[in-house]
Design a protein around this ligand. Structure first.
Ligand SMILES: [Zn+2]
Length: 311
């Protein structure tokens, strides 16, 4: 387990959401695989409308079950993520000496409590939207394919072009089977396969929740600053790792807030694994940490400026 250091040199485990995300992805892959099996079973040669309706019903059941799992998964894993955030702040601010001890005494303050509910419904809604998309696409494809098969069967009765029919059947079969991998388009206009999209979405949400939970707990304990941690990076995050951020716009000092940096899209972007270690007084920073922070402050600001010029 990789760890990061608090400003007083205590070790805290890096947030790691792999296990929860992997579990969700496993359930997704299995569900989509089962949908695909149902689609592959559709008999396009001895084509029956009634069996098609039965197929769609089975697919609906698979997707409904997936949705139920997602809601349950979100409401059990999200509080754990928030708890990890709170526990890490307790170590960072010296309330406890170890992360293990912190996990035992971590509770949610009022704002974190309401945030958990908000994130559970928000995450469920985003993920359910993916299912809705898939459901719509599969249904439309089934409708389109059944229309084509029926027209094709009628035409075959007239001129018996079997080669052409076989090719059409092959194409229709592929269309059916591909419909479950329908592209999801994100806010940035990128196209994703549903499973990859859910993976990205949940990792991004978890990290965001973790950071916000930390902010809420730290502010509640009158600590208004953070230093960005989370390992070295190859992307634009590298310009900002090690610099100081303000946890609220009201705290004194010429530092960006978490929201400022997130809005720049250079760090805290989707899938970003960086976060921050919280602290209360700039004067208490060890000399080497403060020096790195100043250098990264300059470097980060240059990057932000050039980002504004060439977005
Ligand atoms: Zn990053």
């Amino acid at each position: 387990m990789t760890k990061y250091l608090t400003i007083e040199g205590r070790q805290v485990p890096e947030p790691n959401f792999d296990r929860d995300v992997e579990r969700l992805m496993g359930v997704y892959r299995r569900a989509y695989w089962n949908v695909k099996l149902e689609l592959n079973r559709v008999d396009l040669i001895d084509f029956q409308r009634s069996s098609l309706i039965a197929t769609m019903k089975k697919i609906e059941e698979i997707l409904n079950e997936l949705d139920r799992f997602v809601i349950n998964w979100a409401s059990t894993t999200i509080p754990e993520v928030v708890k990890q955030g709170v526990a890490s702040v307790l170590v960072e601010l010296g309330v406890t000496n170890s992360y293990k001890e912190s996990l035992q005494m971590a509770t949610f303050n009022r704002i974190n409590k309401s945030m958990v509910d908000l994130f559970v419904s928000d995450t469920s809604m985003d993920v359910l939207e993916v299912s809705k998309n898939v459901r719509r696409r599969v249904r439309n494809t089934i409708r389109k394919v059944s229309g084509e098969v029926m027209r094709n069967n009628m035409a075959r009765g007239v001129n018996g072009q079997d080669t052409q029919s076989r090719m059409i059947l092959q194409r229709l079969r592929k269309e059916l089977s591909d419909s479950v991998n329908t592209g999801i388009i994100d806010a940035g206009g990128r196209r994703w396969k549903p499973v990859d999209y859910v993976d990205m979405l949940t990792r991004t949400k978890y990290s965001e929740m973790y950071r916000i939970a930390k902010t809420n707990e730290a502010i509640g304990r009158e600590a208004y600053y953070g230093i960005i941690v989370g390992g070295s990076a190859k992307d634009a995050c590298r310009f900002h790792v090690g610099r100081i951020i303000k946890l609220t716009p009201e705290s004194p000092g010429d530092y960006p807030t978490y929201e400022d940096l997130k809005a720049s899209n250079q760090i805290f972007h989707p899938r970003c694994v960086h976060h921050f270690t919280t602290f209360s007084k700039i004067e208490r920073l060890p000399e080497d940490v403060r020096q790195t922070a100043e250098e990264q402050h300059e470097r980060g600001n240059v990057a932000l400026e050039s980002g504004k010029r060439n977005p």
